[in-house]
Design a protein around this ligand. Structure first.
Ligand code: SF4
Ligand code: SF4
Length: 114
């Protein structure tokens, strides 16, 4: 087989209809500033946890919006709740509260209480 120096990656799509978006809806209701996030990544650039792990708040926000909840649970525990991200967000998102609510909502979703 000829090698052309590139490969074709497996197609990936996001199925918004079947993803569980309850956590996203819960956060948006409790902390409406979450809806202002434009996924710019300023929060990730200043994040304390990102210096030690692969944690990215920008990525977390995207996963929450998509309703990819399994991934949320894996990554959210790395946040130290220091609040630096809240200070730099250009859109005034209360990121620290978003993370706190996401943890809370995840627990409730697991207990079928959201
Ligand atoms: S800095 Fe604010 S607007 Fe930018 S990705 Fe983070 S939460 Fe969203
Ligand atoms: S609160 Fe969490 S996400 Fe924000 S800067 Fe601190 S460790 Fe990073």
């Amino acid at each position: 087989m000829s090698r052309f120096g590139f490969t074709i990656t497996k197609a990936r799509f996001i199925d918004y209809e079947s993803n569980d978006r309850r956590i996203s809806e819960y956060i948006s209701e409790m902390e409406p500033s979450f809806l202002r996030c434009i996924e710019c990544g300023c929060c990730s650039a200043t994040c304390t946890a990102a210096g030690f792990t692969k944690f990215s708040l920008r990525e977390l926000n995207i996963l929450i919006k998509r309703g990819e909840n399994k991934e949320i649970n894996k990554t959210i525990r790395k946040c130290m709740l220091c609040g630096k991200c809240t200070l730099v967000c250009p859109r005034g998102v209360n990121t620290r509260n978003v993370i706190t609510l996401a943890k809370e909502a995840y627990q409730k979703a697991e207990n079928h209480a959201v």
